[in-house]
Design a protein around this ligand. Structure first.
Ligand code: ADP
Ligand code: MG
Ligand code: MG
Length: 242
């Protein structure tokens, strides 16, 4: 996915200006920046929540302008928001195939839906009772269910806005196992997180925004941590370490 010169204002306030962003297949790409940098606005443009004022966006080399979330999904771009967009009082299987219920959407029956839910989650290393209510599972498992649904619906790009905010360290590792598996399958993943340890643990590349502008995009293997912090804060290294 490629975005060039993305600009967006809200009532005259510039949230993004001239931002470029490139995501490769099989890449986990962290999007960083201090509060108000424009991270959420950028991913909302990429996922069809907002429309951009300026700039271009391409997917697999084709110009695209997702007008809404459903259109982005149809193009292959799926999102899991911080407030996981699932229904607690439905079962795991129902959540996975929400809006694609038996009969109406080609499932033979609920048994078939259960079987498909089981098979889908097995790909994520999850062996859980898909007939149990979603609310009976931990945040981490609910999130993996949300990811499984998003990837099943879209399949090229997965966008995660602060997915680790309410997870403990064991759950974070469980999530990262899933993300690495998806990366192996060729998915492009964008992740927003404020934890730099997590960025270095899971991401291949980072794009840094500051005040709505692009600071830079770098491979993490070649980016010392202090330099990354200096990019985010917009201060010279010697000022940070002094
Ligand atoms: P981040 O996610 O990096 O914290 P945001 O993309 O949320 O940054 O915000 C970037 C800027 O755009 C901020 O100044 C914010 O106040 C403004 N902004 C974001 N969304 C809206 C909106 N819906 N209406 C008005 N201003 C907004
Ligand atoms: Mg914010
Ligand atoms: Mg945000």
């Amino acid at each position: 996915m490629e975005a060039r010169g993305i600009g967006k204002s809200f009532l005259g306030v510039t949230a993004l200006e001239g931002v470029d962003f490139t995501l490769q297949r099989g890449e986990i790409h962290a999007l960083l920046g201090e509060n108000g940098a424009g991270k959420s606005t950028l991913i909302k443009i990429l996922t069809g929540v907002y429309t951009r004022d300026r700039g271009e966006m391409r997917l697999d080399g084709k110009d695209v302008t997702p007008a809404n979330v459903a259109e982005a999904q149809a193009l292959g771009i799926g999102t899991v928001y911080q407030e996981v967009n699932l229904l607690e009082n439905l079962t795991v299987a129902e959540n996975l195939f929400l809006g694609r219920q038996p009969s109406r959407f080609g499932f033979i029956d609920r048994r078939e839906m259960r079987r498909r839910a089981k098979a889908l989650l097995a790909r994520y290393g999850l062996d859980i009772d898909v007939d149990a209510l979603l609310s009976s599972y931990s945040v981490a498992i609910r999130q993996i269910v949300a990811i499984a649904r998003a990837v099943d619906l879209s399949g090229k790009v997965l966008v995660l806005d602060e997915p680790t905010a309410s997870l403990d360290s064991q759950e974070v590792e469980m999530l990262f196992v899933v993300l690495r598996r998806l990366r192996e399958q060729g998915l492009g993943i964008i992740i927003i997180t404020h934890f730099l340890n997590q960025v270095y643990a899971v991401a291949d590349r980072v794009t840094v925004l500051r005040n709505g502008r692009l600071v830079g995009s770098r491979a993490l293997a070649e980016l010392p941590r202090l330099e990354l912090i200096s990019m985010m804060l917009g201060r010279e290294l010697q000022d940070i370490t002094r």
